[in-house]
Design a binder for this molecule. Sequence first.
Ligand code: HBI
Ligand code: FE
Length: 277
Amino acid sequence: MEISVKDYARECAERGLRGDYSVCRADFTVEQGYDYSDDQQEVWRILCDRQTKLTRRLAHRSYLEGVEALGLLDRIPDFHEVSNKLRRLTGWEIVGVPGLIPNAPFFEHLANRRFPVTNWLRKREELDYIVEPDMFHDFFGHVPALSQPAFADFMQMYGDKGQSVGEIGGEDMFGRLYWYTAEFALMQEPGQPLKAFGAGLMSSFSELQFAVESKDAHRVPFDLETVMRTGYEIDKFQRAYFVLPSFEALRSGLQTADIRSIIKRWKDAPPLDPATI
Ligand code: HBI
Ligand code: FE
């Protein structure tokens, strides 16, 4: 049974989430409401300037090409303007949301090539870390990668397949696939240096350096079933990063996987500890 906006809005208020869910449409979207102050524009520029010093050498080139193509850096992007450019590249568009939304509408948006982006920005005193995804994480972190065709197809397929995992109790396992790819994946193509593209890395000043450059980072080759079995924690550096050989490997991996049987086989087993895989 899908949760209503009203009930979810009350739940979010109780959990102290920041977004204003009282104005959501039934699909949990809201207008961006492009009314940001000069101070907020400056916070955006500070975040972008600081992060691009790292992404230009640690991010996968397809992420950097996405940033170039979409023009995100000099001011807070306008969702409609970026959607018009992104639609021409991979058919994706941006929809505004007040923050995290339930899985069902989230999957529905992805399945229709709509990426939900939070419409509020962290405060100046939250530059280094913020618990909930804000517009900087969602936009600067996630949107550029959606200009990469194979990844764009993966994300659409992820939403499409996600819509049927709930009924077999697979949402947690399926959520791990999103976490270890869209959020924290690394990429090492044959003969190329190790790079990052997951949004959680693109939007984190400290973790991006750790994941790509630290000898203490635990990096393992991407394997879809292992990813779906491996637990994670949201509020510290990841204890495992999965390394992809290509975007195509991710797309075809999801396309060919028998998600339902992986869920049925492992859903009652204890999650794998990322530090020991
Ligand atoms: N909602 N707005 C938003 N953004 C997300 O990234 C998001 C979400 N809801 C659920 C969710 N991610 C994860 O649980 C995915 O694994 C489905
Ligand atoms: Fe995210």
